[in-house]
Design a protein around this ligand. Structure first.
Ligand code: COA
Length: 156
């Protein structure tokens, strides 16, 4: 039995962002480049990307510890749509249902709190786990190119 109660989405602060990247290990299903932690890089990432007007970032927390980050990007209030993305910090947090839970929480926040009607997502072709999880969360495959599979989900 998987226990989901402890997973929550929290406002993403600079402190949580530093703590996420301090112990971040990149996933070979997304990139083959190793990640090297650099406080200043994270500070710039937080100031430039996390705080962009058309994005909403969240810390994925298990209890009070950050285990992942997720975001809605390209938030478009004209079409009431956005694109979601997610990554957990390290392998030790993966395959335990946390990603699925976080995506469900993000979808309901996007629909209920932001009034969005459509979410998009994409996954690297070789990232079969991500594709499986998106499909499990109700996303439908809409197209594919040489790098990515594209998904959408209507929010109710
Ligand atoms: C993708 C990610 C967010 C999923 O979160 P997670 O907590 O690991 O996933 P869950 O435990 O909720 O679910 C994993 C599911 O994938 C399945 N799975 C695992 N490896 C798989 C593989 N190689 N191929 C297909 N399915 C796979 C599991 O069996 C499970 O499915 P089930 O519940 O039907 O049995 C997480 O693994 C992650 O951060 N990966 C690196 C970053 C990334 O890929 N981001 C996605 C960009 S859209």
């Amino acid at each position: 039995v998987q226990v989901f109660e402890e997973i929550s989405l929290q406002p993403y602060t600079q402190k949580l962002c530093q703590s996420f990247y301090r112990d971040y290990i990149s996933d070979p299903q997304m990139t083959h480049q190793d990640f090297v932690y650099d406080t200043k890089w994270v500070q710039r990432y937080y100031e430039k990307k996390v705080q962009e007007k058309d994005r909403a970032f969240f810390a994925i927390c298990r209890g009070k510890d950050i285990i992942g980050e997720c975001q809605l990007k390209h938030i478009d209030l004209a079409t009431l749509s956005a694109t979601m993305s997610i990554h957990l910090q390290q392998d030790r947090y993966k395959n335990q249902g946390y990603g699925t839970k976080a995506i469900i929480l993000l979808c309901s926040y996007a629909g209920q709190n932001m009034g969005l009607k459509t979410l998009y997502a994409d996954a690297v072709l070789r990232n079969l786990r991500s594709q499986h999880v998106l499909e499990k969360c109700g996303f439908t495959r809409v197209k594919q190119d040489e790098n990515l599979v594209y998904y959408m989900k209507p929010l109710v």
